[in-house]
Design a protein around this ligand. Structure first.
Ligand SMILES: Cc1ncc(COP(=O)(O)O)c(C=O)c1O
Length: 355
């Protein structure tokens, strides 16, 4: 008997570079590397999780309908304009698998959150990176508008952008939406709470607009994997046809609903981070470190050469502080997540010692 052959990996997957998320070793360190909440979620969420986690609750499949109504009311949209997703990641995946055909172009202003390219490749689409100029990292609007064509299946923009921290206004988003008729335009608002400008306002006017939000960042629930995607009802219905019917856990939904009820906690954290961000900008200025204008809870910094950037990363790590080198995307850069003022003080002290 001949041995059966293993299945052939799809060409699109074969061609991808594997993504390597942090695997271990972040425990006990000051985590200024993944733009998470650095002090933890609202205590009310932990309390709710403890109460909810009964054997009875865990036995049943999640039910989304009333949760969707409640969450939609919080965001000021209709219930049929919201879909829960297993983090933003699944949201991006489902938008692309629903609206992009193999071979379509997905336009991505770059540097960008790596999952935009990743899921474009999974969908067998062609990611087209429209690059920010290295000098000032200004949003490449003219280049993006010029790249839109009948081949454009989707455009994905994080606003504020990761890793640059820079943001665009609603007028700019509207110019893109106008030009990209028939394509899915996804505005990823993972860092919305630090910026305060949302494209959700444009939802009724643009049937090609998608907006995503996450509970992984400001809300401090990255481990639970909950996000939301918003678009007009007909788009949401199409998306849900191809989405796993139970991709978000009942505990995740329960915690996200509790998290939005504690806006005092959220607002206090945002205020604290914004103060710490000013503190960090002042210190970077004093230390002569180049930085870019951030509307998020992180700052991208640039050094005279790659060795200096690497030294900043390794020497901070030796002091128990994790940051993210971003030199593969923008030469000579390192990204610092902004935590609270005490944590930012530790980062500044580390930088002062190293330089
Ligand atoms: C722009 C952007 N979108 C989405 C995410 C990930 O979100 P989630 O944890 O909801 O999948 C990140 C995380 O770094 C991000 O920077």
């Amino acid at each position: 008997m001949t041995r059966p052959a293993a299945p052939k990996v799809r060409q699109a997957i074969e061609a991808m570079q594997p993504y390597s998320p942090p695997t271990s070793g972040r425990g006990g360190m000051l985590r200024l590397d993944f733009n998470e909440n650095t002090v933890g979620c609202s205590p009310r969420v932990v309390q709710k999780l403890r109460q909810a986690a009964t054997a009875d609750f865990l036995t049943v499949y999640p039910e989304y309908e009333s949760a969707r109504r409640e969450m939609a009311a919080f965001f000021g949209v209709a219930a049929d304009e919201l879909t829960f997703s297993d983090g933003t990641d699944e949201g991006i995946h489902v938008v692309l698998q629903t609206f992009v055909n193999p071979g379509d172009e997905v336009l991505i202003p770059a540097p960008a959150f790596p999952m935009f390219k990743f899921y474009s490749q999974v969908a067998d689409a062609k990611p087209v990176l429209v690059t920010y100029p290295e000098t000032d990292l200004a949003f490449p609007l003219d280049e993006l508008l010029a790249a839109i064509s009948p081949r454009t299946g989707a455009i994905i923009i994080a606003n504020p952008n990761n890793p640059t921290g820079t943001a665009i206004d609603l007028a700019t988003i509207e110019r893109i939406l106008q030009k990209a008729s028939g394509a899915a335009v996804l505005i990823d608002e993972a860092y919305f709470e630090f910026y305060g400008v949302t494209a959700l306002k444009l939802l009724a006017s643009y049937p090609n607009l998608f907006v995503s939000r996450t509970f992984s960042k400001t809300y401090g629930l990255a481990g639970l994997r909950v996000g939301c995607v918003f678009s007009q009802a007909q788009n949401m219905a199409a998306m849900r046809k191809g989405q796993s019917p139970y991709s978000v856990t009942s505990l995740g939904i329960t915690c996200a609903l509790e998290a939005v009820k504690d806006q005092d906690y959220l607002n206090a954290y945002v205020r604290e981070v914004l103060k710490a961000r000013s503190q960090l900008y002042a210190a970077l200025g004093r230390l002569g470190i180049e930085s870019f204008p951030s509307e998020a809870n992180f700052i991208l910094t640039r050094y005279k050469d790659d060795e200096t950037a690497l030294r900043i990363y390794t020497e901070l790590k030796a002091r128990g502080i994790l940051v993210r080198p971003r030199g593969k995307e923008v030469a000579r850069t390192v990204r610092f997540t902004v935590g609270n003022q005490e944590q930012t003080g530790r980062l500044i002290a580390g930088l002062e010692e190293i330089l």
